[in-house]
Design a protein around this ligand. Structure first.
Ligand SMILES: Cc1cc2nc3c(=O)[nH]c(=O)nc-3n(C[C@H](O)[C@H](O)[C@H](O)COP(=O)(O)OP(=O)(O)OC[C@H]3O[C@@H](n4cnc5c(N)ncnc54)[C@H](O)[C@@H]3O)c2cc1C
Length: 225
């Protein structure tokens, strides 16, 4: 399947978003991802990557948001330079990091580390555009004050949000989740692998949240927040 680049935006020094259009992919469940193929030299890490669709289908675009490192992979070097009008091959959408059917009856906590915000941006934007009001609290951890999509979240009064500069730990989770609860709450965790593993371990071992109330998705290839 093909997607075509319509817009490329620098959000921060190392963060870019790419907005694509496609006649092939018009629908997905917010939180799902695509597999992207790029014609680049194989540096041992392969010539394809997975990226969450950071937009809602209602926006009519496929948004890819990513971080570029100074010593980036061949894939990322080519991705950064693609020009408007470039067409890429993708497969998907796939993935189950989406709202469960009973979400409406639950309190939902989204716990994001850095660029792990992408599935939450898609879900939150989708509910916002549908004017659906559900009980969502976003706990957004980042190394610096450069929180991706903060302006959009701040305009959305339907969600509660906390922006936390630094690493995830038990104290900050307790401070920002007023009542920890295994009956009515669901905890979604997204970010680099180290962030997700640490957060899961705190929930399971220190806060006694049951595994069935946690849903997580990690992005390989990034260091810990
Ligand atoms: C389901 C899913 C959804 C995802 N969604 C997103 C998303 O929305 N946004 C997103 O940004 N990522 C997402 N990812 C992660 C994404 O697929 C990449 O793994 C990630 O962006 C890192 O890209 P990269 O490997 O090209 O490395 P880079 O981003 O270029 O570099 C990352 C780190 O690896 C180091 N590195 C680079 N090349 C090498 C090398 N050859 N050998 C050793 N180290 C190297 C760099 O110095 C840097 O520290 C997702 C992954 C999955 C599985």
């Amino acid at each position: 399947m093909k997607i075509i680049l319509k817009e490329k935006k620098k959000l921060f020094d190392d963060i870019y978003e790419f907005n694509f259009k496609s006649d092939d992919i018009v629908n997905w469940i917010p939180g799902q991802f695509l597999q992207y193929y790029i014609d680049c030299k194989d540096d041992g890490r392969g010539t394809d990557r997975f990226f969450t669709i950071a937009s809602s289908p209602l926006e009519g675009i496929i948004k890819l948001t990513t971080r570029f490192s100074s010593k980036g992979s061949s894939f990322k070097k080519v991705l950064k330079g693609i020009k408007i009008g470039t067409s890429l091959n993708v497969e998907g959408p796939w993935g189950k990091f989406t709202l469960i059917d009973s979400y409406i009856t639950k309190k939902i906590f989204f716990i994001s580390g850095g660029v792990g915000i992408t599935p939450f941006r898609s879900i939150i934007q989708d509910l916002y555009l549908k004017k659906e009001k559900i009980d969502i609290t976003l706990l957004y951890y980042n190394k610096t004050s450069e929180f991706i999509y903060k302006n959009e979240f701040d305009k959305n009064n339907a969600i509660k949000k906390s922006y936390i500069i630094g690493s995830v730990d038990k104290i900050s989770l307790l401070e920002n989740i007023n009542v920890l609860d295994n009956q009515n709450s669901l905890y979604y965790i997204s970010g680099p692998e180290g962030f997700v593993k640490t957060t899961e371990s705190i929930f399971l071992n220190d806060l006694n949240i049951y595994k069935e109330n946690l849903k997580s998705d990690f992005f390989p290839g990034y260091s810990k927040i």
